[in-house]
Unconditional design. Structure first.
Length: 277
């Protein structure tokens, strides 16, 4: 009888150990700094998200020292997000809100330094009454611990974490982009950005410019979605690329990247622009 109890205990311990083992997919994603996207259940949207983050990952490999692995699709009902850093969440009307347990995982992700990029993909979030105006976005985001939001100001770190930017186009442009608002009593010196407790990184960024579609490339590295026409369209795509690079550099390094590492490069770029002008 004793050996049966011992055998049962060993089986139970093995089962617990197996449950505690992290998912190899997520371990790989964390080790390779892979970009993640939310699985929506819409095959077309999910494919665009994967292709978009694939294109952005290739761009980061080519232009920066960040070398992300292959993007990973995330189901918060089953996946532990604690090993991840960035989550692209395309908003769809048919998307069912996650379960309470999934929202617990998502909130832990936000509190532990992760960022969610919500993309309504409609190009007109400002016309919906603000970052919580769309019914689908409001339903999905309501259970999350999201701080007060405000339009991204001209001196935000997102505008200079790698490239110097004035706006953040995707497949669409002109829509307002929102991030964490500075505290009402915050004080900052002129030219110095406000800082939150997560090294200045907002836990969410919200917009509607269809960024994944602007970054998306096929298996041959060719753009999958049209943007505008002619030179202006290609210029918009390039600026969308630059926003994607700025966003990931901001997520990974916060204000440190803007304030320290890139100061010499930014000064050189400014001097070059002055010479051209």
């Amino acid at each position: 009888m004793r050996w049966l109890l011992t055998f049962a205990a060993l089986l139970w311990a093995g089962a617990l150990s197996a449950q505690d083992d992290p998912d190899p997919r997520l371990v790989r994603a964390a080790d390779e700094v892979a970009l993640a996207y939310m699985l929506t259940g819409d095959a077309e949207v999910d494919a665009a998200s994967q292709a978009g983050l694939r294109g952005l990952s290739q761009l980061l490999n080519a232009r920066t020292t960040v070398e992300p692995g292959q993007p990973i699709g995330i189901d918060p009902e089953a996946d532990d997000l604690s090993l991840l850093t960035f989550l692209y969440w395309p908003v769809t009307d048919a998307q069912a809100p996650p379960s309470p347990q999934a929202y617990m995982r998502l909130n832990h992700f936000l509190r532990s330094g992760g960022m969610i990029l919500f993309d309504t993909r409609d190009g007109d979030i400002a016309g919906l009454g603000g970052p919580d105006g769309g019914a689908a976005l409001q339903a999905l985001a309501a259970p999350l611990d999201i701080p007060p939001l405000a339009p991204v100001p001209a001196d935000h770190v997102l505008t200079r974490s790698f490239y110097l930017l004035r706006d953040f186009p995707g497949r669409y442009q002109g829509g307002q982009v929102w991030a964490e608002a500075p505290p009402a009593d915050a004080q900052a010196a002129e030219g110095v950005p406000f800082r939150n407790l997560n090294d200045g990184v907002s836990p969410v960024v919200i917009g509607g410019n269809a960024w994944a579609e602007s970054w998306a490339v096929d298996e041959n590295g060719l753009p999958m979605f049209s943007i505008g026409s002619g030179f202006e369209g290609e210029r918009q795509r390039e600026m969308a690329y630059r926003f994607g690079v700025n966003l990931i550099m901001y997520v990974l390094t916060g204000n440190y990247k803007s304030d320290q590492v890139h100061v010499p490069a930014l000064l050189d770029r400014l001097r070059q622009e002055e010479v051209v002008q």
